[in-house]
Structures are given as C-alpha cells and as structure tokens.
Design a protein around this ligand. Structure first.
Ligand SMILES: Nc1ncnc2c1ncn2[C@@H]1O[C@H](COP(=O)(O)OP(=O)(O)OP(=O)(O)O)[C@@H](O)[C@H]1O
Length: 452
C-alpha cells in the first residue's frame, strides 16, 4: 500500500484531505509542522509527500529542498494559496512534482496523487532498466510429458500468493519458469526482479537485496534502493538460493513472512509486498544437515516445489527447441538434416537448454547463413570423447608458452564439463571435487562458455 505524508497546519483541512485519501486506499500520516514531518520520514518510507507551503517552522520550498537532498526520488506535491503562482514556479524549479492551488478540488487532488505515484514507479523502473529481463521471448517450448507436468504445476500455482521453489539442473529453464509464474499472476503489472545469488559476492548481496542508506559503509556515497523494494507489488526471483549466505537467510525469511526489512545502515523498518520464487540446483535438505541452509527458510520456500527435468531426459523436445532457437536467431530457414538431429539426440546436454541455445548460436555464426553442418558444432559433442578422452585442438609445435596456456584451459574446460555431467549439473559437488568455491566454478563456466 502506498503511504502518503500529509503536512498541513490547519487541522480541519488536514483531516478533510486525509480522509479523502484514505478512502482512496492510501495510508496517510498526518503532520502539522515541518519538524513533525521530518520525524515521520525517519520512520516511514513514503511514496509521496503532500505539503502546504506556509508552515510553522519552515516554508514549503525549504522543506522540499530538505526532502530532495535526502532522496532525489521523493515525489513532492505542494499546496499553495490561491494566486501564489510565483511560488509555484519556484517550487517546480526546486523539484516539486506538482502544485495544487487552494481551495483544492478533491477530484484534481486524486489525479495529481495518482500521477505522482505513477511517476515514482516509472522513475524506479528506469533506474533498474538493466535488471529487467533482456529477453522478450519467454515462451516455454517442449511437449515432453515431464515438462508439461511441470508447466501445469506452474500454471496452478501462478495465480496464488504461494512461494515456489524451482528445482533443476543449470540451464533447464528455471528462470523462464519464474517469469512464467509472474506473468500468469495478478502481480504481472508490477516488476519481476531477478537476482542470481551465486553471481554476486557475499559481501555485496545484502545491499543488493535490501539496499543501503547513504554512508552505510565506505563507498556508499548515495542511498541505494534494493531489489526487495523494487519488487514491491511484484515478484522477486532468487536464483541459486542455496548460495545465499546463512546470515542473510533470516532477513529473507522475515521479508517473506512479514514483508518487513531494513536497508543496510538504516534504522527504519520498511515494507515491501513481494512474492518470492526461488530456484536451486543444490540439495537444500543436504544444506540443512550440513548447516549452510536454514530449515525454517527451506520450509517456507518449499511450499510448492516444481521439478524441471534435464534435457537428456526429454530429448523428444530437441526438434522443437532447435526450431524455436533458429527462429529466434532469425534463421528460420536454416534446418538441421535428420542425420545431424540424430547426432544431437545422442549427446547428453550437461548444460541443458542453455547449452543447446549457445551451440546453435555458435553454429549459425560459423555457417554464415549456409546450411548447418556437423563441422559447425563443437567436436566433443559427436565423438566418443566424453567416454574415452578428448582431442586437443592445439598445435604443440608452435609457440610453446601460448599453447601451454590453451592446453591448460582446454583441460580445465573439459574437466568441468565431465564433472558437471557426472554430477548432473550440481555445481556445489563439482566445485567440491575441484577444490574451488562455487563462485570460482561459476566464473570459469562463464569464461568457457558453459554458462549462458
Ligand atoms: N523450455 C524452454 N523453451 C525455450 N527456451 C528455453 C527453455 N528452457 C530454457 N530455455 C532457454 O535456455 C536458457 C537458459 O534457461 P534459464 O536461464 O531459464 O535456465 P536456469 O535453469 O535458470 O539456469 P541457471 O540455474 O544456470 O540459472 C534461456 O535462454 C532460456 O530462455
């Protein structure tokens, strides 16, 4: 619910506006002076400030400047006495969103408040545009019964408020499912915000999620709105939830349960109405036993688990997925001949649908618009390399040092691929076997194109 701070020193008028706004469904905090208003913003996060110009303690412009310095995103509407046009111009210059002339027409007040709140939402959206899903095609392709079953579950749970946990190997489409759930929920008009807990260093994740106040730590030069706040009214998708540091898990549980949270370095309790969808390819129950995942959070997240099957268990979906990705790359006319398709079906796809998409993208580049051939796909997909060893694409007779590097990289890449396959994509197990952290593994996978 949006909360509005109303500052007006005349009690009768204040009450009239407050009642009117409450009847429209807003939460309204009333104050009669700038001093009280300043106290109120210490404890509540307002979506809009509606303030009289002539106030005891300070005038409206001074108050407006104070608010804007504190947070440039404050949406402030100033009420002026009839005929104070000059003041209105000054107020607009100082960053007021709009002004209202007294006596205030309540219908007009309603419109200005609605516009102000919409402006705030758009403003926030803009500053987070890079976080919005880059894809515009969210279709979930596939007819395999196991995939259809997962999709039917997602369809059932989407309209509810239930927290869901998407389970499956890397690249099976967990993020796509999360978007599907959001798009089929009553929250679809608001933001779907994603965060990959494995991709952000542990020390930054708290401020990424919950935001921070100015000066909360060295380098926090300005206030930062966190993803939890940004997803207000919408869905927060937490990918690789198993990587969320244990000390942050109670904070996440709190925001799921009571919708309350605090910014890093902040003393105010803020409120954000989010629905959480989480995903993991780690065994969270094992996490509970081993002490890296909290049991209470697990049970809260696993209210509705959905298992998305790996591609190797639904190879019947390969032709339609190939078709889909070729069309997506504007290469709808390119087709794979049946022999090549059979070869693709023999492969195990440890990186799942993501690997398929990447391999096709690469093949299209190499084929330069011509027919797709076997030679356009990575060698190791077709030979028995996975079982009996692998070939190096390095000429060892030239530039020894350079080649030594490449050899090491090839070895490492191959090792990661094999282990991912052996461990059915469970990264924490692969990381453990390699003796590196999951984050390091994740970075290497990215470097070697094993991750989209
Ligand atoms: N059934 C599907 N139909 C169409 N595209 C798909 C399908 N499944 C996955 N994809 C595509 O494959 C890529 C990887 O999917 P996604 O990011 O959803 O996987 P993920 O399970 O979340 O992976 P990770 O655990 O590594 O984050 C994306 O480009 C996604 O659009």
């Amino acid at each position: 619910m949006d909360s509005i701070l109303l500052t007006e020193d005349r009690p009768g008028l204040r009450q009239l506006y407050a009642e009117f706004l409450r009847n429209l469904g807003y939460q309204v905090i009333e104050t009669g002076s700038v001093e009280d208003a300043k106290k109120a913003i210490e404890v509540t996060d307002f979506s809009l400030v509606l303030t009289d110009f002539m106030l005891p303690g300070a005038n409206g412009i001074e108050f407006l400047k104070y608010l804007k310095e504190r947070d440039p995103e404050f949406v402030v509407v100033i009420m002026t006495a009839f005929g104070e046009v000059k003041l209105a111009v000054e107020a607009t210059r100082a960053g007021a969103f709009d002004f209202l002339e007294k006596p205030i027409d309540l219908d007009y007040l309603k419109i200005v408040v609605e516009r102000g709140l919409e402006h705030r939402r758009l403003q926030r959206k803009d500053s987070f545009h890079e976080l919005r899903a880059a894809r515009d095609d969210h279709a979930i392709i596939g007819d395999a019964p196991t995939l259809r079953c997962a999709l039917a579950m997602a369809e059932k749970v989407a309209p509810s408020e239930a927290t869901c946990l998407l389970l499956g190997e890397s690249g099976v489409g967990k993020e796509l499912f999360a978007k599907f759930i959001h798009d089929h929920s009553p929250r679809r008009g608001a933001e779907h915000v994603s965060i990959n807990c494995a991709a952000i260093p542990g020390e930054l994740i708290e401020s990424e999620l919950f935001g921070h106040e100015k000066g909360a730590f060295t380098g926090a030069a300005a206030k930062k709105t966190g993803l939890v706040e940004m997803a207000d009214g919408g869905t927060l998708f937490l990918d690789e939830i198993g990587e969320l540091p244990i000390h942050l898990q109670p904070k996440l549980l709190r925001v799921i349960q009571s919708k309350d949270f605090r910014r890093v370095g902040g003393s105010r309790t803020l409120h954000s109405d989010i629905r959480v969808v989480a995903a993991t390819n780690r065994d969270l129950k094992e996490g509970i036993r081993e002490g890296w995942f909290r049991e209470d959070l697990y049970y809260r997240l696993a209210v509705f688990p959905i298992e998305i099957p790996p591609l190797r268990e639904r190879k019947s979906d390969l032709p339609c997925l190939v078709d889909h990705f070729l069309k997506q790359q504007n290469a709808g006319q390119s087709k794979l001949d049946s022999a090549l398709m059979k070869e693709l079906e023999r492969y195990d796809w440890p990186g799942n649908v993501r690997e398929l998409r990447n391999v096709l993208e690469r093949a299209l580049i190499l084929s330069q618009g011509g027919a797709l051939q076997r030679e356009h796909f990575p060698d190791n997909m077709f030979d028995s390399a996975e079982r009996v060893g692998f070939r190096f694409s390095v000429d060892l007779t030239r530039n020894f040092k350079d080649n030594q590097m490449r050899l090491e990289e090839e070895l490492e890449r191959h090792m990661i691929r094999l282990l991912l396959k052996e461990e059915s994509g469970r990264r924490e197990r692969v990381a453990r076997r390699l003796g590196v952290s999951v984050k390091t593994l994740y970075n290497r996978m990215k470097t070697y194109g094993l991750e989209g």
